[in-house]
Ligand binder design. Structure first.
Ligand code: GNR
Ligand code: NI
Length: 179
């Protein structure tokens, strides 16, 4: 397994819509495991492939608390089957929007269909924080960040601060030969 670099906003790669996987094969299983390791290390409770620069419709989630038995969820091609009319509001954060948190209101319940790592079609019903994290990760697959649910004013303040922080401390780069 490997810990992968997580892309942070504002980065145009986070705005790209991800493509469905043809089937869950060894490459996808490896991606899911690398994403889980990256997510645990961060730490975070969800991660989408686009955040590690892979534009495939793959997400991982684990809501288990530290010290509890891990409960990894590995999902490819998640599709919404049903949304509840009720809404719920959670304070969200994002590994691609480091240091910023905001309340987002989303459908309280969700039912999805997806491919598991063995390429089997499965369904999952969720509410509470799990439903919110599924929405957050599925948004990533369509190039949407939680800050896109805020007013343009709040979003732009956050994006400007992130861009300024990046200029102050650019991400580590591998040295070019001869550099
Ligand atoms: O670690 C994360 N916490 C979180 C909290 C509330 C709502 C959504 C999330 S997902 C986030 C990790 C992440 O950026 N996933 O894309
Ligand atoms: Ni996120």
């Amino acid at each position: 397994m490997a810990i992968l670099p997580v892309i942070t906003a504002p980065d145009p790669r986070l705005k790209v819509k991800s493509k469905p996987v043809e089937r869950a094969d060894d490459e996808i299983r490896r991606l899911m495991d690398d994403m889980l390791e990256t997510m645990y290390e961060a730490p975070g409770i969800g991660l989408s492939a686009v955040q590690v620069g892979v534009h495939k419709r793959v997400i991982v989630i684990d809501l288990a608390k530290e010290g509890e038995e891990p409960q990894p969820l590995k999902l490819a091609n998640p599709e919404i089957l049903w949304l509840s009319g009720e809404t719920v509001t959670f304070e969200e954060g994002c590994l691609s929007v480091p240091g910023f948190y905001a309340e987002v209101t989303r459908p309280a319940g969700i039912r999805i269909r997806y491919l598991d790592p063995e390429n089997e079609a499965r369904e999952l019903a969720a509410d509470g924080l799990l439903a919110t994290v599924i929405h957050h990760e599925m948004d990533h697959l369509d190039g949407i960040l939680f800050i896109d649910h805020l007013t343009a004013l709040r979003r732009n303040i956050i994006l400007r601060k992130l861009a300024k922080a990046r200029r102050a401390k650019p991400p580590a780069r591998v040295a070019a030969p001869g550099a």
